[in-house]
Design a protein around this ligand. Structure first.
Ligand code: FAD
Ligand code: NAD
Length: 476
């Protein structure tokens, strides 16, 4: 039977902000009986981001990679409270968070405060635009489920508009030009998925546009996928060439309008030229920026003065300059890349830390009671003293918590036409691989990582469905 959430005044309020990789991995391993656990997030589900690029073309349906947060909380030993809201302000001095219900349906209570004894900030990051004009207004991002749905709709809208009666050749060319900005893994995986959609499905359904559909990937640095080895970068670039995806490196986008992208390309001689490229769909994937609520918190803590990319944390993930705030994932600066792998290991570490802290609190209070008893009734002093010593020994063992240590399991990215690249560390050696087998490995790795059995089944069915019947080209 499910328990009601009843805050216990003898326990500390542990507030977790977010329902992403960091927060959910903490929640899964946390013994919720030790605290009054409150989770706050504008999203009432966990999102399996590695398969988000596959959602933009319908290889995988969006619901298959979402896991309701309540299906996670309801299995916890003690009830957890969930509020669907955005934390808009964290007051570190008063230990109070202001939360705002920003969904469509609002009740009389819409903006209120929640107080905490312990706080975990796992709010992730927002999309970087570097203040480049027109980006926010005209491009699609690829971070949330709504972004993937919007892209899916727009791809087909471009295709249908391009085939509209009397469309001029220039307009057809523009509408079928799909531009991706940012050659990190998000941009690369999306470009690969898009080309697959075109090659495997759209071309068959609408052959008249066969030779007009183009994908261009723009990257400011000299190569794509900077975190992969040189060999895999070359493999990705040659695969893209075969797939007819144009890669423009050393090209930085400076301005975006509703129909064009303006970029500065640096030639081999160092000469800079401006290029104006008309586009139908523009996907912006240039990485992360700090969320306003995190920026505001940083501004309240003098020790965070020099931190730029997020909340600087110590080796126990405590936010520097605070005692009772921890941070994980993309909003924390712990010296690792902003990845799901890091966030989930950090979340699991905090769960272990908090479970241990609760145990030490319990033992410490037992020692207190025993010591008090010793003062009142000195009769059985020897027995009580040895019990205290045993408790203290246990306490020392538990308190010896090692700092957070990240174990890198490897980097994996899908690059289209059933190929993937992987830098995997095995048996202490680094293993760089690309190709069809890697793709199978990519699929099985994601399946084993996929959260629940329900998600695993749904994703496999989606893969089979899109292979057997083709992806759905209806524009929702
Ligand atoms: P998130 O998972 O982004 O979660 C943040 C949570 O906080 C969300 O629930 C959000 O709704 C909530 N939130 C936001 N604002 C507030 C607020 N004000 N108050 C309360 N809650 C708030 N990494 C890999 O390791 N492997 C991959 O294959 C991979 N693929 C990716 C593919 C894509 C398309 C993208 C975008 C990212 C990918 N990543 C991958 C990176 C990975 O998704 C992130 O590093 C990871 O999500 C970070 O986890 P997090 O918990 O910090 O943030
Ligand atoms: P990223 O930061 O890795 O890459 C963004 C790229 O955009 C950079 O290479 C940058 O040089 C380029 N860029 C920035 N401004 C530009 C401009 N004006 N014009 C042209 N190019 C510009 O971002 P991402 O790909 O979104 O990844 C974010 C994080 O998520 C990373 O840590 C990444 O490892 C992780 N991730 C991992 C996977 C995977 O493992 N398969 C997939 C997606 C994301």
């Amino acid at each position: 039977p499910e328990e009601q959430f009843e805050p216990d005044p003898s326990k500390k309020n542990l507030v977790i902000l977010g329902t992403g990789w960091g927060a959910v991995s903490l929640l899964k391993k946390l013994d919720t009986e030790n605290y009054n656990v409150i989770v706050i997030s504008p999203r009432n589900y966990f999102l399996f981001t590695p398969l988000l690029p596959s959602c933009t073309t319908g290889t995988v349906e969006h619901r298959s990679i979402m896991e309701p947060i309540r299906s996670i909380t309801r299995h916890k030993k003690a009830a957890v409270k969930f509020y669907e809201a955005e934390a808009t302000k964290i007051d570190a001095e008063r230990k109070v968070i202001t939360i705002d219900d920003n969904s469509d349906i609002k009740g009389a209570s819409q903006k209120t405060d929640v107080s905490y004894d312990m706080l975990v900030v796992s709010v992730g990051a927002e999309n970087a635009t570097f203040g480049i004009p027109g980006v926010k207004e005209h491009s699609c991002f690829l971070k949330e489920i709504g972004d993937a749905q919007q892209i899916r709709k727009k791809i087909m809208d471009c295709v249908e508009t391009a085939t509209f009666k009397d469309q001029s050749p220039e307009e057809v060319q523009r509408l079928l030009h799909m531009v991706v900005v940012g050659g990190g893994p998000t941009g690369v995986e999306f470009a690969g998925e898009l080309q697959d959609f075109f090659d495997q499905d759209i071309k068959k359904w609408i052959p008249e546009i066969s030779d007009k559909f183009r994908v261009t990937l723009i990257e400011a640095l000299p190569n794509v996928l900077p975190m992969f080895s040189k060999q895999l970068i070359d493999y990705t670039e040659s695969t893209f060439k075969e797939e007819k995806i144009t890669i423009m490196t050393k090209t930085a986008v400076k301005k975006v309008t509703d129909k064009t992208v303006e970029a500065e390309a640096t030639g081999p001689d160092g000469k800079k030229t401006m290029e104006i490229m008309p586009y139908g769909l523009l996907v912006w994937a240039t990485g992360n920026a700090v969320r306003p609520v995190v920026k505001d918190l940083m501004s309240q803590i003098p020790a965070q003065k020099d931190s730029r990319r997020g909340l600087a944390v110590n080796e126990y993930l405590v936010v520097q300059g605070t005692k009772d705030i921890w941070a994980t994932g993309d909003c924390a600066v712990a010296g690792y890349a902003p990845t799901a792998q890091v966030a989930s290991q950090e979340g699991a570490f905090l769960a272990r830390l908090f479970n241990t802290m609760a145990k030490t609190d319990a033992i410490e209070s037992e020692i207190r009671v025993l010591s008090e008893g010793l003062n009142v009734k000195p009769g059985n002093a020897a027995e009580v003293s040895s019990s205290i010593a045993a408790h203290e020994k246990q306490l020392r063992r538990i308190k010896d918590i090692k700092p957070f240590h990240y174990t890198h399991q490897g980097s994996l990215a899908y690059i289209g036409s059933e190929r993937a690249v992987a830098d995997v560390s095995w048996l202490n050696g680094n293993f760089a691989t690309g190709g069809g087998l890697t793709y199978l490995f990519w699929r099985s790795a994601y399946l084993s990582m996929c959260f629940s059995t329900r998600n695993r089944v749904l994703v496999v069915l989606d893969w089979l469905k899109s292979k057997a019947f083709g992806r759905d080209v209806s524009r929702e």
